[in-house]
Ligand binder design. Structure first.
Ligand code: NG1
Ligand code: ZN
Length: 550
């Protein structure tokens, strides 16, 4: 009854859905052109409200569309321990968004009550000790502030809850991983007041980084890291954090470029991790001459700083992309090198990738590193779960630079017996909650410096197979259904057989051709990925596959 009353109140604020758009809360939440987000915003508010009551803990909402163009935006709900919304709740929120119809309040209410009933059957609420605890964060997009204001008002104006039972903390413009981190911290330390995020984040990750840097006798592989901030939130946050870093007079210089986050139209444009990975070239703001400096290493963050891509140029100006696959293998190699053999033998150490991982990286993991390589569906959430389920130490990265490392108690207990001080410090650099561009940056830099590995030699560890990733606009992308972790299509019927035939007829003796098609979860397109040992095969295959799709 109490919930029904609250919902009547909330529902009276609901926006109207004027045309039949189908909303999906995917692995990165809701994401689309910001002008179409009113209903998803409302649905996100409702599900976060329910989730907070259900968990009786802090729940976060991040407003961002990551690497998407400036006009897009999106919402993601963050769990008390920094994880993403459970799968079953993704369907609830999707269902809420799709039941808000113009002039059909009854249908909406019936659906809402059904959902509430399903959710709370397992866990009846006791009104008196139930409180609403919400944490908000947003990126630099111009649409992000109005969305944050709506959410602030939405939660603070609820009159059915006693005001002392409502806590809404707005952290303003933060990176996505920072919001995951602070939600996790509020939960772990049971803190109800707003914290100093810059200080907490600095203490958690920059301090161990500085300590590890001081253990490197002299910087051999490079001495300056140029960070392309994609003109997004990474710039704003790093501009706050770097003065604190510099106070410690570290040997490694960190320099920021593409920092114009005030001009929202520049976000992710000709710069950032997605631009560099897709185009395999330097972003705006770095000239070739600059990139040729052997003492410099380069990296690009994406629009909300949860992904990172490294790169450098060889002496003959060849662009060397050091992507998520290269990071995963580097981290794997570091664990193998630094952990004592008996410890390594006693734990399950492995790498989780997606179908987009370059075939050479998978072969390198299996044949050279002799580690288990698993394939999960696109979306870090899927990789995260796969890593947790299958490994004691799970390294997971999408090729586009989104990932992290997770480890369990078994590993930590085993590690504690060896008193590996430096390695334990290294472990504390890892943001286990979520892929984090800033902490991934620290991990990679420390590994390169401790191993005295030149970035060009890191690049040479294995040669990527030539590959291409293209988009295709189709009338209805929901018609594309996959299996085998997205590597094959079950629908439209017959298309997979056609792709197989196209791939086989151009295959070389090495049989390295690979091509798959799947619907994007973040854009209204299907993606076609293709790799082959021969560059010229790529156009032949993708042209034919495009024809088959159309
Ligand atoms: P979709 O649009 O579902 O392919 C893209 C990326 C994912 C992931 C999500 C979320 C590719 C091929 N896909 O997903 O890896 O990062 O965005 O940001 O890069
Ligand atoms: Zn992102």
């Amino acid at each position: 009854q109490y919930l029904q009353k609250t919902f009547n109140e909330l529902a009276s604020q609901r926006p109207r859905k004027s045309n039949a758009i189908n909303f999906t809360y995917g692995t990165s939440g809701f994401r689309m052109d910001s002008s179409k987000l009113d209903i998803p915003l409302f649905a996100t508010a409702l599900i976060t409200f329910l989730r907070s009551l259900y968990c009786n803990k802090f729940i976060g909402i991040m407003i961002t569309a990551s690497h998407n163009p400036p006009q897009d935006n999106g919402f993601k709900t963050i769990e008390p321990k920094g994880e993403m919304l459970p799968h079953s709740w993704e369907s609830y929120v999707t269902s809420i968004a799709n039941s808000v119809y113009e002039n059909d309040y009854l249908k909406f209410e019936a659906n809402m009550l059904n959902i509430i009933d399903t959710i709370f059957k397992a866990c009846p609420l006791e009104k008196k000790d139930t409180s609403l605890r919400i944490i908000l964060g947003r990126d630099t997009r111009s649409s992000s502030l109005p969305f944050a204001n709506f959410l602030n008002d939405f939660f603070t104006n609820l009159t059915t809850l006693k005001t002392e039972n409502v806590i809404v903390l707005d952290y303003g413009i933060v990176t996505t991983p920072q919001l995951h981190f602070i939600v996790r911290k509020h939960t772990a330390d049971n803190i109800f007041e707003q914290m100093d995020l810059t200080k907490e984040y600095f203490d958690a990750f920059f301090i161990p980084f500085i300590k590890l840097l001081s253990k490197v006798a002299n910087l051999q592989s490079f001495n300056t890291l140029i960070i392309d901030c994609a003109n997004g939130v990474g710039a704003l946050q790093l501009e706050k954090l770097l003065p604190l870093y510099e106070k410690h007079s570290p040997q490694l210089k960190l320099e920021l470029i593409n920092t114009n986050y005030q001009d929202c139209s520049k976000l992710n444009v000709e710069c950032g991790a997605d631009f560099v990975k897709t185009n395999q070239k330097l972003p705006g703001g770095i000239s070739e001459e600059f990139a040729n400096n052997p003492n410099f290493l380069f990296c690009s963050l994406d629009g909300d700083s949860d992904r990172i891509i490294f790169y450098c140029l060889t002496a003959d100006k060849k662009f060397c992309l050091l992507d998520g696959d290269k990071m995963a293998t580097l981290i794997g190699e570091f664990f193998i090198e630094k952990l004592p053999a008996p410890l390594l033998e006693s734990i399950k150490l492995g790498i989780v990738q997606t179908a987009y991982a370059n075939g050479s990286s998978t072969a390198y993991i299996k044949d050279v590193l002799k580690l288990d390589a698993r394939c999960a569906k696109t979306g870090v959430k899927n990789l995260h779960h796969d890593a947790v389920e299958n490994f004691d130490v799970g390294i997971y990265f999408e090729a586009n630079g989104h990932g992290t490392v997770i480890f369990n108690d078994k590993f930590m207990q085993a590690l504690s017996k060896y008193k590996l001080e430096e390695f334990e410090l290294f472990i504390s650099l890892i943001n286990q909650a979520v892929g984090d561009a800033i902490t991934d940056l620290f991990i990679v830099v420390i590994i390169l410096l401790l191993l005295k590995l030149d970035p060009r030699d890191w690049f040479k560890k294995y040669d990527d197979l030539p590959n291409t990733l293209i988009k295709c606009v189709v009338p209805d992308r929901s018609e594309f259904e996959t299996f085998d972790n997205e590597r094959q299509l079950s629908k439209p019927i017959g298309l997979q057989e056609m792709i197989d035939q196209i791939v086989n007829e151009t295959n070389n003796s090495d049989k390295k051709n690979r091509c798959f098609v799947r619907a994007s979860g973040t854009e209204d397109v299907v993606r076609i990925y293709c790799e082959s040992s021969k560059q010229e095969n790529l156009t032949i295959i993708t042209t034919k596959v495009l024809e088959a799709i159309k």
